[in-house]
Design a protein around this ligand. Structure first.
Ligand code: ATP
Length: 143
């Protein structure tokens, strides 16, 4: 029996389907979630979620969030998430450039703007790195 996996971001459902294992970027490191896992709730780091099913692997970026695990379903609520195959690298590079330029100009007392720009920089870096490293068409994994 597989485990159900749903990845939901603030503006859309990024993935829903069955998985043999879901690998999450938990705060204490990578966590592999198999079917019938004990219930748990964890916050997620900026990082990579791997959904493996029937010998194929799909890879997603998540810009932080939470995961709720139940024996039959993993629900990932992410601030932003994308399948690496759908990442627009040029858009992420433009977002990174904008964030870097704005950070160079932001006033130190404007903490909210600085934090928002730093978060935008981390999102864009994550997208660029993940697209470069993991995008390669169909992926397989060893059982
Ligand atoms: P941008 O400045 O390019 O909008 P952003 O980091 O501000 O980037 P978010 O607010 O994190 O964007 O995301 C808004 C929506 O756009 C989300 O659905 C997110 O998955 C999607 N998204 C953001 N950047 C990219 C990208 N480079 N490729 C594909 N989808 C993206």
């Amino acid at each position: 029996m597989p485990i159900r996996c749903e990845i939901v971001s603030q503006d859309r459902t990024v993935y829903e389907g069955d998985a043999d294992i879901v690998i999450l970027p938990g705060m204490a490191g990578e966590m592999g979630i198999l079917p019938h896992h004990a219930p748990l709730l964890t916050t997620l780091k900026y990082g990579i979620v791997k959904v493996r099913s029937k010998g194929e692997e799909q890879i997603f970026t998540v810009a932080g969030g939470v995961a709720e695990v139940q024996p039959e379903i993993v629900t990932i609520l992410a601030d932003a998430a994308e399948n690496v195959e759908e990442i627009d690298i040029a858009r992420a590079q433009a977002a990174r450039k904008h964030a870097e330029e704005a950070l160079a100009k932001v006033k130190p007392e404007d903490v909210d703007t600085m934090l928002a720009l730093e978060a935008a920089l981390r999102r864009s870096n994550l997208r660029i790195e993940a697209a470069k490293r993991f995008r390669s068409g169909k992926k397989t994994y060893e059982e």
